[in-house]
Design a protein around this ligand. Structure first.
Ligand code: DGJ
Length: 741
């Protein structure tokens, strides 16, 4: 049993062979945190870890006892104002205006497996033996409110998943102003905080900062999880590297506003909390009502950042993503967006599809512009029926024709949005989020539908259901191209406006659930102006996500490297686009564009009919290469070898589960002259297996490749001609194929 309760000391110990998590019921009935880290052997009593000393001037709970102070105790789910003056895990306004909360322990329950979270995405088990869940129930007698803290520990992974649920029994309503999904008090502050930050087209750069007294946090108050900060942080020891040392990961399974905060007090205690951002949340609970927080997933690694990533990859690929495609290699696609933008008709699309088929591509995706009167980004959103001027046979007819060519057909949608110039807006202006009597801001000329209103979600579902069910659709790209502003729902009372942002996300999840259930054979890819909603919540419904609107291969090195900190390669939407690149105007060789995009779901995003024969021939080879190796790339074990944030080259590799095949991606943005010799130690190979290494054309044992390294030194170019064969010059790259003999 990986969860123990010691009656005499009132101590819970969650553990598996990797990790221990220990907390206990304190003298005042609250829960005190004792230890989170590498697995330690169990004992009846861990009270010595409480470290209660009488400290001058502390606020103390019991008369005559100067040692019991919530100011100094490490806690599981702290409240503010009774000694602990740090930021709390919850904030509740009560009938008399008080915010003092006192949840005390009542009981616990253990369940095999992991129950579902109602209406919310969450990690899951396929067999009850994979995990065990502990529910600890606390009660506030004055409010008459129950708080259930839930902890799931996976049997075979260093993973603990947490959430909190409030159930109100009291006669007087309460107002939940903050309800974090987790809190963790750690005994020291000797960590660096890692976050994934950015903006549109430069998502998920890896940033590190040393913890200091006070608050360091990342967040979104934009309504989507955002491209500014990803809902993830890690705390790493200063000496931890990619492959050694202690790293604690915290990831939030949610797609809306979030807060990931680390508060270090002046006693060097580090408090980590993660949950829905309190700013726009105000949730009234009447008698009998409840509030469920989303899930936070904690991963422990004592083998560096890379191991933490591998655990997240395995968990999110196998026990968060769902559906038919979870375990299937992803079709190689061509998407027409950068090839045509809004300027297409049926003839052009079919001719692109025909070429795609000849090249071995499997799926044609029709992006934005197929519906309503949409010929640019000012019109049509909300009118999910085909634009018959462009597509005289509709989506039904076009998809039939694409199918007849031997290709699958995919379609872009943006269900949450509306254009003012649309039939939907003309019929239902009250269905947008807009604050009465105040101007409404637009983003990319579009407005947001009120997905907190079930009627709106049902209406959109019906429209989408029609077009999908009458056509031959194998893939849907679900976009979301702006963040929220002037949030207000016309169907909600004044006191319920604080629910709208969360209810909006619940509406998005409901629509995803309905569509993915109704159409289980369709592959969904999420998207949000590129990667503004690349989060675990989305992965529950769509196993892949368009990583960024920046499709330049060199920029993508950073974006994909940063994304891999949490998200599996099978989830990273990555395409080869045209040169000069449409975002940075850089021209990179087609080889390098593919060598980067292979480490993702892989596809093309250009007009195939504008390419010369030499390029088309190379695409045939690339498609064949990806078909041969995608199983390994998308489902193998991924290792980051050289960071584009730290070194001039980028390198990463994947190893097949049987350790018989590995691919090393090596990328060199700038050509240098007369360079130093270079060896790249590899990872994950079998030390005793002999491998053949392509490019170097050499045979080596795994131990040599991992300890001595792969020789990646540049051979000096002998003539200018070598610039043209892709082996030298700026933006070059190589894929080493390493095969057991
Ligand atoms: C943003 C997406 O990231 C792009 O790939 C494309 O689908 C456009 N939206 C279409 O409007």
């Amino acid at each position: 049993m990986p969860i123990l309760f010691h009656e005499t000391s009132q101590t819970f110990h969650l553990y598996n062979e990797h990790v221990s998590y220990i907390f206990k019921v304190l003298k005042n009935g609250h829960l005190g945190q004792l230890y989170y880290g590498k697995h330690i052997r169990d004992r009846e009593n861990f009270d010595h870890l409480l470290e209660m000393q009488a400290r001058s001037m502390a606020v103390c709970r019991f008369e005559g006892d100067l040692s019991f102070s919530l100011e100094h105790l490490k806690q599981e789910y702290p409240a503010y104002g009774s000694g602990d003056m740090r930021h709390p895990a919850m904030d509740i306004i009560q009938e008399n205006g008080s915010r003092i909360i006192d949840f005390t322990y009542r009981s616990f329950e253990l369940k095999k497996g992991k129950p579902k979270l109602p209406q919310l995405p969450a990690t899951y088990v396929e067999d009850e033996s994979e995990a065990m869940t502990l529910f600890v129930t606390l009660y506030d007698d004055v409010m008459e409110t129950e708080l259930v803290l839930s902890y799931t520990i996976y049997e075979a992974m260093p993973v603990i998943c947490r959430n909190a649920r409030f159930i109100h029994h009291g006669h007087f309503p309460i107002s939940l102003e903050s309800a974090m999904s987790m809190n963790l008090d750690l005994p020291d502050k000797d960590y660096e905080m890692i976050e994934l930050t950015g903006a549109w087209s430069r998502e998920r750069s890896v940033k590190e900062r040393k913890l200091e007294h006070g608050i360091q946090s990342i967040y979104s108050m934009r309504g989507n999880s955002s491209n500014n900060f990803n809902p993830f942080i890690a705390l790493k020891r200063a000496d931890a590297t990619e492959f050694s040392g202690e790293v604690l990961g915290f990831s939030f399974v949610y797609s809306g506003n979030f807060l990931a905060q680390v508060e270090v007090d002046t006693y060097d205690v580090t408090r980590v909390s993660m949950g829905i951002h309190p700013h726009c949340l105000s949730w009234k609970l009447n008698q009998g009502e409840s509030f469920q927080t989303p899930e936070a997933v904690m991963v422990y690694s004592d083998q560096g950042l890379n191991k933490m990533s591998q655990v997240y990859h395995e968990l999110y690929r196998n026990r968060l993503a769902r559906g038919k495609y979870r375990d299937q290699v992803r079709p190689i696609l061509v998407n027409n967006w950068e090839g045509t933008y809004f300027d297409f008709d049926e003839e052009k699309i079919l001719s692109m599809a025909k070429t795609a088929k000849e090249l071995g591509i499997e799926l044609f995706v029709l992006d934005d512009g197929w519906f309503g009167k949409r010929n640019d980004d000012t019109t049509g959103l909300g009118d999910w029926y085909p634009n018959l001027n462009k597509l005289p046979h509709g989506i039904k007819g076009l998809s039939e024709k694409v199918k007849a060519l031997g290709l699958q057909f995919g379609l872009w949608i943006e269900p949450e949005m509306v254009s003012h110039d649309s039939d939907l807006y003309r019929q239902h202006p009250e269905w947008t989020l807009a604050t009465p009597k105040r101007p409404s801001s637009h983003g990319r000329n579009q407005y947001i539908l009120d997905f907190s209103n079930d009627e709106v979600v049902d209406y959109i579902y019906a429209m989408l259901h029609k077009v999908i069910s009458e056509s031959f659709i194998s893939y849907i790209k679900w976009d979301m191209n702006r963040c929220m502003s002037e949030v207000y729902s016309t169907v909600k009372s004044a006191e319920d406006q604080g629910k709208v942002m969360h209810q909006y996300i619940l509406g998005v999840y409901r629509l995803y659930e309905q569509l993915t259930t109704e159409f289980p054979d369709i592959l969904f890819e999420s998207c949000s102006s590129g990667g503004a909603r690349f989060d675990p919540g989305m992965l529950y419904y769509a196993p892949q996500c368009w990583a960024s609107d920046d499709s330049d291969a060199i920029e993508r090195l950073k974006i994909q490297y940063g994304t891999s900190i949490v998200y599996p390669i099978s989830s990273i939407g990555a395409h080869v686009s045209a040169v000069p690149n449409h975002q940075v105007y850089r021209s990179t060789p087609i080889e390098t564009r593919a060598n980067v995009a292979y480490f993702g779901t892989f596809g093309y995003e250009l007009d195939l009919n504008q390419l010369d024969q030499e390029t088309l021939d190379k695409i045939v080879e690339q498609v064949a290469f990806m078909k041969e190796y995608r199983e390994i790339i998308q489902f193998g074990t991924f290792y980051r070898l050289k960071s584009p944030f730290e070194t001039k080259v980028t390198a990463w590799m994947v190893v097949s589960k049987d350790q018989n095949t590995a691919l090393v991606g090596y990328y060199k943005p700038l050509q240098e002259v007369n360079t130093a010799y270079e060896r790249l130690p590899l990872c994950g190979l079998a030390p005793d297996k002999e491998y053949h290494v392509s490019i170097n054309e050499i045979d080596c044992y795994g131990d040599e490749l991992m300890n001595v390294g792969l020789i990646t030194s540049d051979t000096p170019p002998q003539s200018i001609d070598e610039i043209h064969d892709g082996s030298h010059g700026d933006y070059t790259s190589r894929i080493y194929i390493i095969k057991a003999k």
